[in-house]
Design a protein around this ligand. Sequence first.
Ligand SMILES: Nc1ncnc2c1ncn2[C@@H]1O[C@H](COP(=O)(O)OP(=O)(O)OP(=O)(O)O)[C@@H](O)[C@H]1O
Ligand SMILES: [Mg+2]
Length: 367
Amino acid sequence: MSTVSHRAIAVDVDGVSKRFTHRVKGEVYAARDVRFKAAPGGFVTLLGPSGCGKTTTLRMIAGFEQPDEGRIRFGGDDVTDLPVNQRNIGFVFQNYALFPHLSVYENVAYGLQVRGQSTQGVATRVGEVLALVGLAGYEQQFPAQLSGGEQQRVALARAIVIEPRVLLFDEPLSNLDAKLRVQMRDDIRELQRRLAITTIYVTHDQEEAMAVSDHIVVMNQGSIVQEGSAEDLYHRPASEFVATFVGRVNLIGGTVTGRSGERASVSALGGTFQARVGAVALDVGGRTRLVLRPEAIAISRRSDGLPARVTMRTFLGEKVEYRLRCADVELQAIRHSSGADDTISVGDQVSLHFADEALVALPETNR
Ligand SMILES: Nc1ncnc2c1ncn2[C@@H]1O[C@H](COP(=O)(O)OP(=O)(O)OP(=O)(O)O)[C@@H](O)[C@H]1O
Ligand SMILES: [Mg+2]
């Protein structure tokens, strides 16, 4: 079977907005001027907290919801006014949404049968797709006889069997336990690479987003706040919101004492640092919050770094987490175990080291 069935297309979400009338708040924007592109065969994730407009945006791309403003294009074709069944999409929902009274075979075959394919053609294609998602031999089972992970594989098979131009996922893993989530997300990523179908995926789980996506679009309160690769968002957050939403972080208060291009001098933690500038609005003399990731902090027993005291130590096997008190600021640090016993313990006076490069200076109010 050829896995790449047709030419992958770009998806262009061009300034879409959707308003709903809320009983208490009146008219609210569930999505506001949302614009991003998915490259042909790309994997884009919409990431953000509950209620930020991810599902609304995905439903507009699918055609379940009509935007109040903006256009949606698939490979250059404007599909904004096309109904769902003419957009050729595959949609995988959080709750699987399988037909309970149909067998696995019938659930997957359904989309092909309504398209009028021959019985033999359907049988061949369903067999191929069930093998692809690891469910060969499950044809005669019913959804109630399957685990959550298996049901989600059936839902995935049903979405890809019609060879969609665009694959859409709305929190597909949130009903699965932690271990299965990791396995399923790797399987989805691998399958998406093989099929090269342009994919838009929705989750509120930043780790899941980083694991599956080429490109992440972060949303908050209906709007896009930043987009980029996982590395961009993690190392170059443009706001406190993104810094705290994507990964663990120390936010350290300080004062901007100078600025030159992409660097700012910041006095904080009793020292002065040359931080990277994370947002344009960073004024000399103003307050700043420095972003410092826990794994960027090295802890030593030497006395040539920032003095700190260990207030908590949590051994977690492959890593050790520390809480530290440094110039009246509480910091978290992560040290990956080297195999050797580490002898730093609660109450110890230690030295902290980190590169200025690891610091991103953001305006204090920029959330
Ligand atoms: N049909 C509707 N009528 C009224 N308000 C709606 C409707 N659908 C969504 N909303 C509102 O729009 C906002 C965005 O909702 P949406 O479902 O897109 O969020 P989400 O990011 O998918 O959240 P979650 O992570 O909880 O699924 C919310 O405030 C929600 O209450
Ligand atoms: Mg949602």
